[in-house]
Design a protein around this ligand. Structure first.
Ligand SMILES: C[S@@+](CC[C@H](N)C(=O)[O-])C[C@H]1O[C@@H](n2cnc3c(N)ncnc32)[C@H](O)[C@@H]1O
Length: 390
């Protein structure tokens, strides 16, 4: 990052930090020693500090006991839908043995469990050849995922690695749900005709607060070259996402699929001048918030992805993009194939109605249904369910 000009105090963005968390002193000391942090450094520490980061404390984050709900946590229907797509890949790839699935950032293991259960129930000959690798940097979460899956799938066909590049060989399906919107972002503000980076500063009097540094000659500005910003507009930029997408794309096998689910917009919509405050949000106890400086390490911080950035990174890695769909569209295309399998013959009325309600939640256009489904294939491959109607 290139910095020029003095830090200026932005009184509008002082946090009313209400909770004294272990990270608070660590980050205040760090700023005193090193100077202001980029927002990406702040977010990285808040989410991934080895002991006190939100995703490293060993406490529930997603699901009803956590702070926000993700699709796999809503109902096994979501995992069954991904499993159905996987089964089509298996068929069109001449039933490879083993069939390799990699999931990155598996959370509680809910997607893995429901996907594998779907395969064991509906396509047992595929299930026995499926090898499932979980990419999970947090050792506690990794242990819990393995325990959860032990009852579902043979242990010698479940693998855990802490980084995608620790895994050798290629995979037929690489899947990640809400991984990219949890990666650190930089925050930029357009002020008096130029882009400034919003850094995180700290003082005894004001706590953590934004500090503006004029940004020139930085590669992040390339992303904003066609953007016509409004005065005071804030945007988020995440170079880390392109690097992660490249790493994921590189392990996709010939005719394999990279399948990413994330809240996001095309660049034009994401950086539209009317979206003045960007998309940064926090979640704690299922309540959304907009103060990233409160409860450091004890709340989720997330920002929407730039779909064009993800697409460019995947194309550069040699993949071909399928049309980006909303989760609602994708699930509606799949619904006919997946619902009967979940609503099996032994299902009682209550479970059937729960599955129907879950489908409504997963396709809610104001909620999970607006998640972007981004699919990228290596080679041509055949038509895939979800992108064609079942
Ligand atoms: C919003 S949570 C989603 C969890 C799960 N996929 C779900 O849908 O419930 C994001 C997850 O991505 C994980 N994550 C972030 N960066 C990662 C990386 N480089 N490799 C693997 N997982 C990562 C976080 O630790 C966190 O568990």
């Amino acid at each position: 990052m290139t910095q020029s000009g003095p830090a200026s105090f932005n009184p509008l963005a002082v946090s009313n930090q209400t909770l004294h968390t272990p990270l608070l002193n660590i980050l205040a000391d760090r700023i005193q020693r090193e100077g202001p942090l980029t927002f990406a450094e702040w977010m990285d520490a808040c989410l991934y500090h080895p002991q006190h980061g939100y995703y490293r404390r060993g406490k529930p984050t997603v699901g009803r006991d956590g702070d926000f709900l993700t699709s796999p946590e809503v109902h096994p229907l979501f995992g069954a839908a991904v499993g159905h797509v996987a089964s089509e890949l298996w068929r069109t790839n001449d039933r490879p043995e083993p069939f390799e699935i990699v999931e990155v950032g598996p959370g509680t293991g809910a997607l893995a469990e429901s996907l594998l259960r779907y395969l064991h129930t509906n396509i047992p000959e595929m299930a026995t050849t499926t090898r499932y690798t979980l990419v999970e940097p947090d050792p506690t979460s990794s242990r819990r995922q393995s325990q959860r899956l032990a009852a579902v799938h043979p242990q010698d066909r479940i693998h855990s690695v802490d980084r995608i590049d620790r895994r050798s060989g290629s995979s037929h399906l690489v899947v990640a749900n809400e991984l990219l919107d949890a990666l650190p972002v930089h925050r930029l503000m357009f002020k008096e005709g130029c882009w400034n980076e919003l850094l995180v500063d700290h003082s005894a009097a004001h706590g953590f607060h934004d500090a503006l540094f004029e940004l020139t000659g930085n590669r992040m500005l390339d992303t904003l070259s066609g953007v016509k910003p409004a005065e005071g507009q804030i945007v988020e930029i995440a170079p880390a996402r392109a690097a992660v997408v490249t790493a994921l794309a590189n392990v996709v096998a010939e005719c394999g699929l990279l399948l990413l689910f994330d809240y996001g917009y095309t660049r034009e919509r994401l950086y539209a001048s009317w979206r003045r405050d960007g998309t940064l949000m926090t979640f704690r106890n299922h309540i959304p918030g907009d103060d990233p400086y409160t409860h450091p390490g004890e709340q989720d911080i997330t920002a929407h992805v730039d779909i064009d950035q993800i697409r460019d990174a995947a194309l550069r890695a040699g993949l071909t993009a399928l049309p980006t769909l909303s989760q609602a569209e994708w699930l509606h295309h799949l619904g006919a194939a997946v619902l009967p399998a979940v609503a099996d013959a032994n299902m009682d009325t209550n479970r059937y109605l729960a599955a129907r309600r879950a489908m409504e939640t997963l396709t809610d256009p104001a909620g999970l249904g607006r998640i972007a489904v981004m699919g990228f294939v290596r080679g041509s491959g055949g038509p895939l369910p979800g992108w064609t109607r079942s």
